[in-house]
Design a protein around this ligand. Structure first.
Ligand code: ZN
Ligand code: FE
Ligand code: FE
Ligand code: ZN
Length: 263
């Protein structure tokens, strides 16, 4: 396995993560990584939910990353942006506010006030609703890819987080997403957080990885860490699954320029 990076790392500014810049850098070194990239949840202009920094805290996020960079270890500046149809211009504004190395597009919100990965909305998953939840999610996920706002998209099959999967062959969801990625030259991540959730599986499923590999979609392996202890977690599994699917490269970014390196 070639040297890896971890580009999906949260900070305490999002109110549900912990760790100091120094602790994250130590963890990255201990995990044998060659770069770390912070990508906290993007602020909204108004108060929006209880799991992101406020807009006026954005300078503190830049300070956090600057402190990590002062260690001399390679640190990338990213942001995990919620894709919400109709609010694309806000992401465009954020994109101009810093020298980002990459922007991640994520779908968490299926509707106003309904974040699909939030346990407080678990009751919405019923035998009858799983299919329509996945339909809605992947419709938004494909819009997120095609928006052209993002360098890569996060946790492709997030609605499986609590173990809810529709019946039958799920490639009916994966194929349009992989096609959107191919048509737009957007990358996606293997997100190892799925291993730590009831889904007990990487995001995305192996069948998605296989389709993506066949289409040559650029891949990045990330932990979605919310603490230093999670940095690089599950990366051996992720790299092995990626190779099984046919991958021999992963990608990195600097100032939104993508480069491929050996996996
Ligand atoms: Zn989070
Ligand atoms: Fe996310
Ligand atoms: Fe995240
Ligand atoms: Zn995430």
């Amino acid at each position: 396995m070639g040297p890896l990076t971890d580009y999906h790392v949260h900070t305490p500014l999002c109110r549900h993560a912990e760790g100091t810049p120094a602790e994250f850098i130590d963890a990255a070194k201990r995990a044998g990584l060659v770069e770390i990239g912070f990508a906290d949840h993007n602020p909204m202009l108004e108060s929006f939910d209880d799991w992101r920094m406020n807009y006026d805290e954005l300078p503190r996020y830049f300070d956090f990353v600057a402190e990590a960079r002062a260690s001399g270890f390679p640190v990338r500046l990213g942001l995990e942006c919620d894709f919400i149809p109709g609010r694309e211009s806000w992401i465009e504004k954020l994109a101009g506010m810093a020298q980002w190395d990459y922007l991640i597009g994520s779908v968490h919100y299926l509707a106003s006030g309904w974040d699909v990965d939030n346990p407080k909305h678990l009751f919405r998953f019923t035998e009858d609703s799983i299919e329509s939840i996945w339909d809605r999610y992947f419709d938004l996920f494909n819009q997120c890819i095609r928006s052209g706002l993002f360098d890569f998209v996060a946790h492709p099959d997030l609605p499986k987080k609590f173990g809810h999967r529709p019946k039958g062959d799920l490639r009916r969801y994966y194929e349009p997403a992989v096609q959107a990625l191919r048509e737009t030259d957007v990358a996606f991540e293997i997100n190892t957080a799925g291993l730590r959730k009831p889904a007990k599986e990487l995001y995305p499923a192996q069948e998605f990885l296989e389709l993506a590999a066949q289409s040559g979609i650029p891949l990045v392996i990330n932990s979605d860490s919310h603490s230093p202890a999670e940095i690089g977690a599950g990366f051996e599994v992720a790299a092995a699954r990626a190779k099984e699917a046919g991958y021999c490269e992963v990608v990195r970014w600097k100032e939104r320029q993508r480069i491929a390196v050996e996996l």
